[in-house]
Design a protein around this ligand. Structure first.
Ligand SMILES: [Zn+2]
Ligand SMILES: [Zn+2]
Length: 174
């Protein structure tokens, strides 16, 4: 089955709605609709996602409705959910920052690099993670996401991160 965000995007285009027009009907921002369509349904609240699906006459799949299973249960490869963890490589697509798990977080309960509880299931739909990658194969959601404050402005994260590395370099040189 096609990922839900792809279905919603198609349904919006078929309905002749722009992202902004749809956002207006749902009561969310155009950028949240845009992020959702790029495979990040967590950009929308559950309530907005339901409203949006209703406007477009699309049925949300069980997996999205179901309460996600505990992210650390299951047998998929382990991914560290820490966005600042060195086990995740940041990369940018169209001004948005994504993270590619490098597979260096270890295979225990906690990340060997930063100590975070490792995820083995998609944080959005609860599907077991298949191959290590930046996005869930089942729903397309990003596995590692930026916290709210940075998500709207990845540039500020890049600046903070650059400053942190410069501070570390100075400390090492001293
Ligand atoms: Zn980590
Ligand atoms: Zn998923």
């Amino acid at each position: 089955m096609e990922a839900i965000f792809k279905q919603l995007r198609k349904a919006r285009i078929a309905a002749g709605l722009t992202q902004a027009a749809l956002a207006g009907q749902v009561g969310c921002t155009q950028s949240a609709v845009s992020m959702m369509e790029a495979g990040r349904p967590e950009a929308l609240s559950r309530e907005s996602l339901e409203k949006l699906a209703k406007v477009l006459n699309v049925t949300l799949p069980e997996a999205v409705d179901a309460k996600p299973l505990s992210p650390s249960s299951g047998a998929g490869p382990a991914v560290c959910p820490g966005f600042n963890c060195p086990s995740n490589l940041p990369y940018a697509v169209g001004g948005e920052v994504f993270f590619m798990p490098l597979g260096t977080a270890g295979s225990g309960r906690h990340c060997v690099l930063c100590g975070e509880l490792l995820a083995r299931r998609c944080p959005s739909c609860g599907a077991p993670l298949s191959t290590p990658g930046g996005c869930c194969a089942a729903c397309g959601a990003a596995i590692v996401t930026m916290p709210e404050g940075y998500a709207d402005n990845p540039q500020s994260w890049i600046e903070d991160r650059t400053a942190a590395i410069a501070t570390l370099r100075r400390a090492l040189d001293a």
